[in-house]
Design a protein around this ligand. Structure first.
Ligand code: SF4
Length: 492
């Protein structure tokens, strides 16, 4: 009997090295005992010989096998190591084996890989962080999760990418992940008692869930398949599920019985014009999909938005910022690299130039609301650098929903579109920005609109003279903002 010792439950590199050695020596699967970490070794067993004195044969596997094995190794079934080793041996004589889905070994490995993938997906969907204060008084987040399989290290990169700007820990019984804002540490497992149970974010989660719950579309079976009951105990919104299901049929009846209301004449006229964020927000609210009641609820809900793919690669949602009583709303294109990391709009180089121009125009930025047409950073990786990419029309359209809600909650007297993307998001205008720049415009609800360039345009101008000229023109545009809304002027 031969003993193959592995460093951990999902030690793929260790398994591959030992399996190569054993299979190269032609050791049959029935003669190998796979052991993990500190498990007691069989006194009569030998470790695989790794010195060059033993003759080994070359091994060949199809390209699909390593990917399959990497997933299967994460399964909680203790037989997974020997199953994979058996497959490795059989592939030497049956190179097409993985295509035989009815083969019992292949069938079992495929089912295990599926189960692991599903568990990984569930972890990315159902981890809920709770806010804590660390020993230095700083903000940190801790989540407790119980995966079915040994997947924690495999999903770590998802959380690092998604929550790079936060300091967080994910505790699980087998392994824990700790991200300090710069480096990921994989630590031993923990107990649920080490994780906090309640924080202010839970109220947002519950409000959000209650708002998106549509009683007319309730399918309990499908809901339990997507959100299995075993995860409910760690989900803040789970406490709402039973009462919402219980009241669903009554609420659906009420929705049916509610007489349709006729939109005001003004809205009918608007419907004939281009689609705008406010229309979309209202429509979604009317569909019962996002009846958010306040700016804070909208900001919390946008943090988990998946309406387009941009959330997959950006660090976080960058929602608008400023007083909700602001008389002026500035709308840019999208967060840049620094905004993405900070979670705040207009803090990067273009934002700093905007601040200088506002000051030179005598305007008080702290009294304005600043936001972007698109709330996630779109970029292309070039080496380690993240290069800005313009959002496409579909992404702008998807994100109008949030811009519409911001307009609804802030209700500014004047909106200023900074650049063509913002103008397109606000009005649907996809022609030249310059043709709209010096005009008095208005939005669908009558709010005044001015259009000017985005500050990043000024940063990109290579010619210093042109830069100076365009900066002066930008300041003149901002001065006009002060003429339209004198309340934005700095106190003399
Ligand atoms: S860019 Fe906007 S619509 Fe797309 S995921 Fe982000 S918040 Fe949602």
């Amino acid at each position: 009997m031969r003993v193959a010792q592995l460093a951990g439950e999902a030690d793929f590199a260790g398994w591959r090295e030992q399996a190569r050695l054993l299979a190269g020596q032609g050791v049959p699967a029935a003669e190998v005992v796979w052991q993990v970490g500190g498990q007691a070794a069989d006194l009569f067993a030998e470790a695989p010989a790794s010195n060059g004195a033993v003759e080994t044969r070359a091994l060949r596997v199809p390209a699909a096998f390593p990917a399959l094995a990497e997933q299967v190794i994460c399964h909680s079934d203790p037989q997974r190591f020997s199953l994979l080793y058996r497959l490795l041996l059989r592939l030497q004589d049956e190179p097409q084996l993985l295509k035989v889905a009815t083969d019992p070994d292949v069938h079992r490995a495929d089912a295990m890989a599926r189960s692991v993938r599903r568990d990984m997906h569930k972890m990315t969907a159902f981890v809920r962080f709770r806010e804590v204060t660390d020993e230095d008084g700083g903000e940190a987040f801790i989540a407790w999760f119980e995966p079915e399989h040994f997947i924690v290290e495999r999903v770590a990169s998802f959380f690092v990418k998604r929550f790079a700007a936060m300091r967080w820990s994910i505790l699980t019984p087998h392994r824990s992940l700790h991200w300090d804002g710069a480096q990921l540490h994989v630590l031993p497992g923990a107990s649920q008692a080490q994780a906090p149970t309640e924080d202010a974010m839970e109220a947002y989660w519950r409000t959000y869930y209650a708002n998106i719950f549509n009683p007319a579309r309730l399918k309990v079976k499908a809901m339990k398949a997507e959100m299995p009951v075993k995860y409910w105990r760690n989900l803040p919104e789970a406490s709402l599920i039973a009462p919402l299901i219980a009241g669903a049929s009554r609420r659906a009846q009420e929705m049916v019985m509610t007489a349709p209301t006729h939109p005001p004449e003004r809205h009918l006229r608007q419907a004939a014009r281009s689609d705008t964020g406010q229309d979309e927000a209202r429509e979604a609210q009317q569909r019962g999909e996002a009846p958010v009641a306040s700016w804070a609820e909208a900001a919390a809900a946008a943090r988990i938005c998946t309406r387009c793919d941009l959330y997959c690669h950006a660090t976080q949602t960058v929602f608008g910022e400023g007083p909700l009583s602001a008389p002026v709303m500035f709308v840019g294109e999208q967060p840049g690299d620094q905004e993405d990391l900070a979670g705040k709009p207009f803090v990067g180089p273009a934002g700093q130039l905007f601040d200088r121009a506002m000051a030179q125009a005598g305007l008080d930025r702290s009294r304005a609301y600043v936001t972007n047409a698109v709330k996630h950073f779109k970029f292309q990786l070039r080496g380690k650098r993240r290069i800005h990419q313009k959002p496409n029309a579909g992404e702008v359209k998807a994100c109008r929903f949030w811009l519409g809600l911001e307009r609804d909650f802030v209700k500014p007297q004047l909106v200023v579109a900074l650049g063509a993307t913002a103008l397109h998001a606000l009005t649907g205008h996809s022609g030249s920005l310059m043709s709209m720049r010096d005009r008095d415009l208005s939005l669908d609800d009558g709010t005044r609109l001015l259009a000017t360039v985005h500050p990043s345009y000024l940063l990109r101008l290579p010619d210093p003279e042109a830069k100076q000229r365009e900066m002066a023109r930008f300041i003149a545009d901002l001065d006009r903002v002060g003429e339209v809304v004198p309340a934005l002027r700095l106190a003399a």
